[in-house]
Design a protein around this ligand. Structure first.
Ligand code: EPZ
Length: 419
C-alpha cells in the first residue's frame, strides 16, 4: 500500500493548474446514458472515482474511450443493455446512485444497490426516492437493492426537504427525457448543478433556475450527443489556496472560476490571507500579515462548503487564537480531527462543533486518511509539522485529487509517495 511522506516545507510558490471537478464529472457521465449519440467530455482527470463510473457505464453497455493523456472521454450509450448496477459498485462509489435517474429516464426502470454509508455519515438516499415517487415512479427496496419502475413517470413538482446535491441531480436526470415540465423546489444551488444543467441544455433539455433553489426542467423525447468541458474543481482549488495560506506562501492557481470560490475566499480574507483575482481564470493567494482565527459554519452553496472543512481545520490549527467550526451538512465529518490531534493540534469536538486553539508547533506522525477531504487536511498539516508525517490509506485522497503530490511538489512542497 502506498503512503504519502510529507515533511515541513518552505513557503509554497509558483503556479498550479486545477483539474476538472470530480463532483461535476460524475453526474455528467451518468447523463450520457440519456442519449444514443456520442458525448465527448473534456477536462476529465483520471481519478479513482471517474474510473469506477466508467466501469459502471461499460457494464450497462456503453462504449467508453478515455484518452487519459488528453483527459478526454468519449461515451456512447447507443446500446444500453442493462438497467441493473452490480452491488459492489455502490460500495466503490456512492455517487453511482445518480445513474438511477438516468436509467429511469432512458429505460423506464432501474435496479440499483443501496449505497452504503461512509466515514462522514450514513448518507441516506430517502430524498432521491421521495423525489422519484412524487414523479409517479414506484420504488421497492429489498435485499439491499432499490427497484424503480418509471413506466408511468410524469413531470410535476418535487420538493426536497434538504437541498441535496445528489437528489437534485437524480431528479434532473430522470426529467430530461420527459416532455412535460418538472419543477424542483428547495433544490441544491451548488456550481456542479449548474454544470450538469449546462450539459443537459446542450443535449436539448430546457432548464431554468439552475444555481437557485427552484429549477424548472422541460425535457425532450430525444436528446443529442454533446461536447462538454467540465468546470474546474472548486474544492481542489480551495485546497491549494489553503496550502498557500498555511505555509505563508504566494501561489497562482490557473483554471479556476473565482465566483465558485467566493465562500472560501471570504473566509481566507477574514483571516488576513490575500486573494487576488488576476482575471483569465487565475487567482493569486499569498500571505503578508499575521493570520487571524475565524469561525466557520458549513452550509449549502453559497455558504462555506463542507468539502473544505477539514482543510480549513488544518489552517486554523496553526493560527494562534481560538477558532470554531460548525459542521451542519454531515453528522460525522470531524473524524480527521483525531488524526490531527495526534500531530499536536489542539481541537475539541462536541457533536457538530469543533473548537480549535492554534498551536505554535506540530510534529509529524503516522496518520491515516480517514476520508477524501480529511486526508487532504493531513497533507496540509504535514507541510507545517516538524519531521515526517506518513499518511496511509491515500487511495481515499486519490479518489478526488489527481496527481496531488506532483502538483504540490511543483510548488516546492516536500512530499513523496512511497510504495
Ligand atoms: C455531494 O454529496 C458531494 N459528492 C459531496 O462531496 C458533498 O460533500 C455533498 O454533495 C454536499 O455538498 C458528490 O457530488 C459526488 P447531499 P451528496 O445529498 O450528493 C443528507 C467530496 O468530498 N441527505 O447534498 O451525497 C446527507 O446525509 C464529497 O467530494 C439525506 O438526508 O450530498 C447529508 O447530511 C463528500 N437524504 C446532506 O443531506 C438524501 O436522500 C447533504 O447530502 C440525501 C442526502
Amino acid at each position: 500500500m502506498s503512503v504519502f511522506v510529507v515533511s515541513k516545507s518552505p513557503a509554497l510558490s509558483g503556479s498550479v493548474k486545477i483539474s476538472g471537478a470530480k463532483n461535476s464529472v460524475l453526474p455528467i457521465l451518468a447523463g450520457c446514458i440519456l442519449t444514443e449519440e456520442e458525448c465527448i467530455i473534456s477536462s476529465v482527470p483520471p481519478l479513482n472515482d471517474v474510473m469506477v463510473m466508467i466501469d459502471i457505464l461499460k457494464k450497462l453497455g456503453a462504449t467508453v474511450n478515455y484518452d487519459v493523456k488528453k483527459e478526454k472521454i468519449s461515451v456512447c450509450c447507443k446500446d444500453i443493455v442493462s438497467f441493473e448496477e452490480e452491488s459492489e459498485d455502490a460500495g466503490k462509489l456512492r455517487a453511482s446512485f445518480i445513474v438511477m435517474g438516468a436509467l429511469i429516464g432512458r429505460i423506464g426502470k432501474a435496479k440499483i444497490p443501496m449505497p452504503g454509508g461512509c466515514p462522514i455519515g450514513s448518507r441516506p438516499v430517502d430524498l432521491h426516492l421521495k423525489g422519484f415517487q412524487s414523479m409517479g415512479v414506484s420504488i421497492e427496496q429489498e435485499k439491499g437493492f432499490v427497484f424503480a419502475d418509471g413506466s408511468s413517470i410524469c413531470g410535476g413538482k418535487v420538493y426536497l426537504d434538504f437541498p441535496s446535491v445528489g437528489a437534485t441531480e437524480n431528479i434532473m436526470l430522470a426529467s430530461a427525457l420527459l416532455e412535460d415540465t418538472t419543477v424542483i423546489e428547495n433544490a441544491s444551488a451548488e456550481p456542479e448543478i449548474c454544470d450538469l444543467a449546462k450539459f443537459l441544455s446542450k443535449m436539448g433539455v430546457k432548464i431554468q433556475g439552475a444555481g437557485t433553489d427552484t429549477i424548472k426542467i422541460q425535457g425532450a423525447k430525444k436528446l443529442s450527443g454533446v461536447k462538454h468541458k467540465v468546470m474546474p474543481d472548486r474544492i481542489e482549488a480551495g485546497t491549494f489556496m489553503v496550502a498557500s495560506a498555511i505555509t505563508g506562501g504566494d501561489i497562482i492557481l490557473e483554471n479556476v472560476i473565482a465566483e465558485h470560490l467566493k465562500p472560501v475566499t471570504a473566509k481566507l480574507c477574514e483571516s488576513n490571507v490575500c486573494v487576488e483575482d488576476l482575471g483569465g481564470n487565475k487567482i493569486r493567494v499569498f500571505v503578508k500579515d499575521k493570520l487571524k482565527p475565524v469561525n466557520i459554519k458549513t452550509m449549502p452553496f453559497p455558504g462555506f462548503p463542507t468539502d473544505m472543512q477539514a482543510q480549513f481545520m488544518s489552517l486554523l490549527a496553526v493560527i494562534s487564537g481560538t477558532s470554531t467550526i460548525t459542521e451542519t451538512i454531515f453528522e460525522n465529518r470531524f473524524i480527521h480531527a483525531g488524526e490531527m490531534v495526534r500531530m499536536g493540534a489542539d481541537i475539541r469536538i462536541d457533536s457538530r462543533s469543533a473548537v480549535i486553539e492554534g498551536v505554535e508547533k506540530l510534529t509529524g506522525a503516522e496518520v491515516r486518511a480517514t476520508d477524501l477531504r480529511g486526508g487532504a487536511g493531513l497533507i496540509l498539516l504535514g507541510l507545517v509539522s516538524e519531521g515526517e508525517t506518513r499518511i496511509s490509506d491515500i487511495y481515499n485522497i486519490e479518489r478526488g485529487y489527481y496527481n496531488i503530490e506532483e502538483k504540490l511538489k511543483g510548488l516546492g512542497a516536500l512530499i513523496e509517495r512511497v510504495d
